[in-house]
Write a protein that binds this ligand. Structure first.
Ligand SMILES: C[S@@+](CC[C@H](N)C(=O)[O-])C[C@H]1O[C@@H](n2cnc3c(N)ncnc32)[C@H](O)[C@@H]1O
Length: 664
């Protein structure tokens, strides 16, 4: 995260608490490695079920301590603490290409690559803040195992574990919990596939399709889906429609009743819009088109165009959205919604092409209840290119005058501090032995959005990340079973690319800080001598030129604005993993520790002075002291290396002097 969310918001852990987190993670790794490849010990199913039932009751009553939680020293608020950095790639094969295995074949501290394990849940799910777990058994039924899923357990708007009983785990990872108990552990949500038992039964009879019976079955799914929608039960409506589409899309049913699948696709498009699954909503809308000329078909197609168009709009695919709404307008020229949408699209296209925003209206429209703006991103002034020593960076394509808008970007995702999804955690990274504050709520929201909209995976995964995945997993974003999301990559992308959009809607605490991810702006590198500054309107990031920028020049903003060189370097190293070598940092480095220490002391004195002394009617002596302090600070920047560079630290004092009037 950028310093803007961290400066005033640092979360302190006591030494003991930090040590406890470190030890827990290290011990877990040591113990599981020591038992690597050990044969699994079977569990008594009755005892296992009782254990889950007891733990679930305790968790529901708030009675059992959540083993992942830790307390910060300052506020005594409880935060989840997680070990990170023990990365592994998600499974990139489809279920059908994996070989089945049994619980008894699990080996400790092993990723069972190329294998799949079918299990069903016994007893309840124990829901904890960062991890949830349950007991499962395989088809033999005389054995049981613990299955734990970390953070990402929502799908189709509901809790994946609670809503289903039958699962297949792709390439199961068998390891220990932080408390030393054996467990199957799932980090990547795509490694857990839910199974519909009806499906399995049906698949056995694919050869002899009973057309009349199947048509009836699909219609029943559709009716049940409609009823669930009426009740507001979107997950059930989604499941029923999906099942109905599957049945109605069989060749024999399509031959007999082509419109049945179309009708269900049209209905599911609506559910998908409500579930923010825009990729599928768009496909559903298009799949339901009849393209016939009778009025009833035209009305149905209008609905389909509307749903597909809204989905495209939400995916910021404004040209496609315009075409879809124009098709709708052709069928229903007086459709008011189409005309409203077309006007909105026109505005978005203008914003996208020229950065033509109605800022006043946008500012007036945001509030804590509506913190996200209806706006497009404007990125055509810039391009992404290699930046020497900094991997990639953002560069100006044209001349940009001082004060002009360089780019504007609507966030891929923002979690605002006041929203229920905000969740801050402490992560201990085994790769660099550091404990950090981590916006777990943002990571969760990004993973969720990618699961819902797999077309976005590639552009998000291009961002800088310490863990890049394996050669295969880097490029495989989907299998026959759905999207593949590497959550470790998302976590590392968040660590190095998230910004804080500031406290726009009232005060924030470190435990509930607003954070977001802007994929284009994520390419902007840091400089302590930046040529750009950021502003936010809700989730829209605006980047302005702080001086004239030439075509081809790299754009920089300051990740950390701390005037103290050593503190700034430490923060850049810790949060961003690099050492700044900009001209200012090189000059400060050349100054040496002694001069820097003296300067930090003088700046602190100046800050304290401004804080303490009133500028109204000051004594001449006091004014002289202020003037001397300014001279001392500026004088500490000695030598040619400082020519043309800003001599920072006395700004506040200079403003104070400007206002001061001497007492007569
Ligand atoms: C938000 S990303 C910036 C874009 C990144 N360079 C890329 O290739 O995607 C932040 C990461 O860029 C690198 N970076 C940013 N500013 C840098 C600088 N001044 N010097 C060296 N590396 C820098 C660091 O690896 C940092 O963690």
């Amino acid at each position: 995260m950028t310093s803007s969310t961290q400066d005033s918001n640092t979360i302190f852990l006591t030494e003991q608490e930090a040590e406890r987190i470190r030890n827990t993670v290290k011990t877990r790794i040591e113990q599981s490695l020591a038992r690597k490849n050990h044969v699994r010990e079977s569990r008594d199913p009755v005892g296992a079920k009782q254990q889950a039932t007891g733990a679930s009751l305790m968790a529901d009553m708030g009675g059992a301590p959540d083993p992942d939680m830790t307390e910060s020293a300052q506020t005594k608020d409880a935060l989840p603490a997680l070990g990170v950095g023990s990365t592994y790639a998600p499974c990139t094969s489809s279920l059908k290409d994996l070989q089945p295995m049994k619980l008894s074949e699990l080996r400790m501290e092993t990723h069972h690559r190329g294998r799949r394990l079918a299990v069903n849940r016994m007893g309840p799910v124990v829901t904890l803040t960062a991890r949830s777990w349950m007991m499962v058994q395989d088809e033999n039924g005389n054995d049981a195992e613990r299955l734990e899923i970390c953070l990402h357990k929502e799908r189709y708007g509901e809790d994946l574990l609670e809503s289903t009983k039958d699962f297949v785990i792709k390439e199961p990872y068998f390891t220990l919990t932080d408390q030393g108990e054996a467990t199957i552990r799932i980090d990547h949500p795509s490694d857990l596939v839910t199974v519909n038992q009806e499906d399995q039964k049906q698949e056995k009879h694919v050869e002899e399709v009973d057309v009349v019976g199947e048509e009836k079955r699909a219609k029943r799914c559709k009716d049940r889906g409609n009823a669930a929608l009426k009740e507001g039960d979107l997950p059930v409506a989604y499941q029923e429609y999906t099942e109905g589409i599957k049945i109605a899309s069989q060749e024999a049913i399509v031959q007999a009743n082509l419109d049945l699948a179309r009708d269900i696709h049209r209905n599911r498009a609506h559910i998908n819009l409500l579930l923010a699954q825009f990729d599928e909503a768009k496909l559903d809308g298009k799949a339901s088109l009849t393209k016939r000329d009778d009025q009833k078909s035209k009305d149905l197609d209008s609905k389909a165009y509307f749903r597909a168009g809204s989905a495209a709009y939400n995916l910021a695919q404004f040209v496609e959205a315009r075409d879809l709404f124009l098709s709708l307008q052709k069928l229903s020229p007086s459709d008011k919604d189409a005309n409203t949408y077309l006007k909105r699209i026109q505005s978005r296209l203008k914003e996208q092409q020229n950065g033509n925003y109605e800022f006043k209206k946008l500012r007036a429209g945001v509030s804590s209840a509506r913190p996200r703006v209806d706006a497009a991103s404007f990125t055509t002034n810039t391009e992404i290119k290699d930046s020497l020593g900094r991997d990639r960076g953002l560069f100006a394509l044209h001349q940009i005058a001082e004060g002009d808008l360089i780019m504007a970007e609507k966030a891929f995702t923002v979690v605002f501090g006041h929203e229920p999804t905000a969740l801050t955690g402490m992560t201990y990274d085994v790769r660099d032995d550091l404990i950090r504050v981590s916006p777990l709520g943002l990571t969760k929201a990004i993973v969720q959005k990618l699961l819902n909209n797999p077309s976005q995976i590639e552009s998000v995964m291009r961002s800088y990340s310490d863990w890049t995945g394996t050669e295969t997993s880097k490029h495989v974003h989907t299998t026959a079973d759905g999207p593949v999301i590497d959550v470790f990559r998302v976590h590392d992308i968040v660590s190095r690319n998230a910004f804080g959009p500031g406290a726009q809607f009232g005060e924030e605490t470190a435990h509930k800080a607003s954070t977001g991810f802007w994929p284009h702006a994520a390419y902007i590198n840091h400089s302590c001598l930046p040529n750009a500054r950021k502003e936010y309107i809700g989730d829209l990031m605006l980047l302005y030129a702080t001086r004239a920028i030439e075509p081809g020049e790299e754009i920089f903003h300051a990740y950390d604005e701390n005037a103290d060189f050593d503190a700034r370097q430490a923060s850049l190293r810790r949060t961003w993993g690099f050492e700044c070598k900009c001209e200012v940092c090189e000059a400060e480095r050349a100054d040496g520790a002694e001069i820097r220490r003296k300067r930090v002391g003088l700046v602190a004195e100046a800050d304290a002075f401004v804080e303490k002394e009133s500028w109204a009617g000051v004594k001449r002596l006091v004014l002289r002291r202020a003037q001397k302090l300014v001279r001392d600070i500026e004088g500490s920047y000695e030598g040619e290396r400082w020519d043309g560079l800003p001599k920072k630290g006395a700004e506040g004092l200079k403003v104070w002097i400007g206002k001061a009037s001497v007492r007569k």
